[in-house]
Each structure stands twice: as C-alpha cells, then as structure tokens.
Design a protein around this ligand. Structure first.
Ligand code: 13P
Ligand code: ZN
Length: 271
C-alpha cells in the first residue's frame, strides 16, 4: 500500500485549497470541495474495508452508491489543510442504501465533512447525469461575485450577459452561462435541491450574498471556471456606475462563439 500523503488526489486538494485561500476566496472556514475518486485510485492507498465511522444522509444518494469522495471538513480553514490534511479533510464512500456514508480516512480529530455535503452530493448527481466525467464540486466566497449580487439583477440571463460582456474569454469558458439563486439559508438539503436543479444546465451557480458553486471534470477546470467568473465580476464592480463608452456587443459575442466552436445558451444573444 502506498503512502496516502503522497497520493496525487491528496496533494491536489492541498495545493488547490492553499491557492484558493491565497486568492482571498476562502476566509476562515469559508468554502468546501468534494472530488470524486476512482475506486482503484483509493484502493492503492487505503484498505477500503476498514470503515472508521458511518454517518447518515437525509436524502436519497443511491445514484452515487459506492462512490468515493475526498471532501473538506466542516469548520476547517482552507489555509490549514496543507499543513494537516488528515484532520481537515477526509475520504468518504456513499453507502449501498444511499442513506449513509462511511468515513475511510481523515477527520482524525473528530471532524466531519462540510455542512454543504448535501449540496455537493446533489450537484455531483445532477452533473454526472449530464456528464459522467464530472468529478469536482467547488464552493467558495469570491468578493466580486458576492458584491455583484448586491447591485445586479439576479435573473440568470441578465447576470450571464453582464459577465460575458466583461471579458472576451467569458463566453468561450462558460457558453452555457451561469445560474443565480436568491439568498437562502445554507447547509441544508433545501438549498441543495435548488442548486442541483440549476446546475444541470450551467456548471456555475451563484448564491446571492454568499458565494459560488462550480463543477467540472477536474480540479484545474473547476478552479479556472470560478476564476473566470470572478475576474468578470471584478471588472463589472470596477466599471459599474461609470458611463460606458463601448462594450462587447451581442453580434461580437456571436462571432466569438462561432470562431471558438462553442454554442452560447439559446435565447441569450439578440440577433
Ligand atoms: P463548512 O465549514 O461547513 O464547509 O461551511 C463553509 C461554508 O462556506 C458554508 O457555505
Ligand atoms: Zn459558503
């Protein structure tokens, strides 16, 4: 059995959480990540028959029964994960009945997975139905996206179009747009259901006055997606309230999409 501290997925989680902390997206315990692992990857580092604890799930996760995830801990600071991964995150496996999960590694000082686990798992289920290669769900609190939710219309189309207009790359990186949820209580299955409903159509869901959920097939892609949305929001916050002299027009966005072979969300660009 190899040393789990050298496992690529543990290293990746350490690197990305440190990076996200340095981006300023994850103050205190803000943010959480879940990363779906292949059974063979986990088996190379762990005896998967050795269950440390079993905890309940209050929704039906049978679609992902037997799936393994490495997930950050509730109340844990991203800045501390690299120093002590075994306390601040853990590896879980969804139970065969879809109503519980086993902890196989980590959370060594008595911790448990993020309070947003219901939203993470529901998002995995929703995205896997669209793209079986989806492996990552990432949540964080980037300042400019949050700021934008105070001053911008929260309509999905209006929010998306503003972001697309802020940087040329946006429509290429997220041609399907982003979705926005109004303010809700976090950490429960209700916000999980509402988020999963929207994440079917867009890999990004913004939670007004709270943060962002991004999904993707790997850590880099998901991080890059959030980074691009946050950069666009930053430009919006810098220019809002200032009379614009020019912008990227719908006609230009359409040319861009065609040139880069992406299909913009239907009905979002005016002809
Ligand atoms: P956790 O500490 O439970 O992961 O919660 C942080 C957070 O961002 C809640 O939305
Ligand atoms: Zn949060």
């Amino acid at each position: 059995m190899y040393n789990i501290f050298e496992a690529p997925f543990v290293r990746e989680m350490c690197d990305i959480t440190s990076n996200m902390y340095r981006m300023g997206w994850d103050e205190r315990n803000g943010g959480n990540i879940s990363y779906r692992l292949k059974a063979e990857e986990v088996e190379a580092y762990l005896d998967t028959k050795r269950v440390l604890r079993t905890l309940p799930l209050d929704f039906d996760a049978s679609f992902i029964r037997g799936e393994y995830f490495i997930v950050t801990g509730t109340g844990r600071y991203f800045k501390n994960i690299e120093k002590c991964p075994q306390n601040n995150m853990g590896i879980i496996r969804i139970g065969e009945n879809g109503r519980s999960y086993d902890i196989l590694w980590g959370f060594e000082d008595g911790g448990r997975p993020t309070s947003e686990l219901p939203t993470h798992l529901m998002n995995h289920i929703a995205r896997m139905k669209v793209d079986p290669e989806n492996r990552v769900v990432m949540h964080c609190h980037p300042a400019n996206v949050l700021a934008m939710t105070f001053v911008h219309d929260l309509d999905d189309k209006a929010f998306t179009k503003t972001l697309w207009q802020m940087c040329t790359e946006c429509i290429i990186v997220f041609p399907e747009g982003v979705s926005v949820l109004p303010w809700m209580v976090c950490g429960n299955t209700e916000i999980g259901v509402a988020t999963a409903e929207k994440i079917r159509d867009t890999r990004v869901v913004v939670w007004a006055q709270h943060g962002i959920f991004g999904t993707g097939k790997d850590i880099d892609e998901t991080f890059g997606l959030i980074e691009t949305v946050e950069k666009a929001a930053e430009i919006y916050i810098k220019i809002m309230g200032v009379p614009l002299k020019q912008t990227i027009t719908d006609a230009q966005l359409a040319v861009l999409a065609k040139e880069f072979g992406v299909t913009p969300r239907e009905g979002y660009l005016e002809n």
